[in-house]
Design a binder for this molecule. Structure first.
Ligand code: AR6
Length: 170
């Protein structure tokens, strides 16, 4: 089976000209720091308004960890933002399947929208504390396995260190 076209860039997820960018959100869908803060700041209030509507209509208890849902991308150069909730890292419990699920469900949502190109940040590796090397391994393996049919599945790494760790997996 041919691998998906998995690529890497060092940069800012909010500047990617792709069909869909993925947001490392939290279950409230109401914004936060890191990638989430940057996406809402640059994308403008339309994204938050749609998140609120989705939350009220479909996720009154919040979006569960490992699931994904799409909104407009507002003023970002992408067409859609796909919000997914990564697991918080825990030493006592293996939550790898939930992290893989974020990538898989985001790609499924992207496919449903007709997206051909998708950009991901390194989900859970910031505020949620996931070790970067393990997060990179799960991210790349899942994108390869689940990304068939996309023109490009791009990982966008904010700094040189995370770029280097992902590069070792690709
Ligand atoms: N573009 C690309 N990558 C970025 C950017 C950016 N603009 N900003 C940070 N990163 P995080 P999480 C990297 O914390 O760990 C929020 O408050 C960052 O260096 O954004 O899934 C949410 O609301 C790190 O490697 O996401 C949640 O509460 C990676 O993106 C919580 O944080 C992910 O870091 C989610 O935590």
């Amino acid at each position: 089976m041919p691998d998906a076209n998995v690529t890497l860039v060092q940069g800012d997820i909010t500047e990617q000209t792709v069909d869909a960018v993925v947001n490392a959100a939290n279950s409230s869908l109401l914004g936060g720091g890191g990638v989430d803060g940057a996406i809402h700041r640059k994308g403008g209030p339309e994204i938050l308004a749609e998140c609120r509507r989705l939350r009220d209509a479909q996720y009154p208890e919040g979006l569960p960890t490992g699931e994904a849902v799409a909104t407009t991308a507002g003023r970002l150069p992408a067409r859609w933002v796909i919000h997914t909730v990564g697991p918080v890292w825990a030493r006592s419990e293996d939550r790898s399947e939930l992290l893989a699920s974020c990538y898989r469900e985001s790609l499924r949502a992207a496919r449903g929208l007709g997206a051909r190109t998708v950009a991901f940040p390194a989900i859970s590796t910031g505020v949620y504390g996931w070790p970067l090397d393990d997060g990179a391994r799960i991210a790349v393996a899942t994108a390869r396995r689940e990304g068939e049919g996309f023109d490009e599945v791009r990982f966008v790494l904010f700094d040189e260190r995370s770029y280097g760790v992902f590069a070792a997996e690709v």
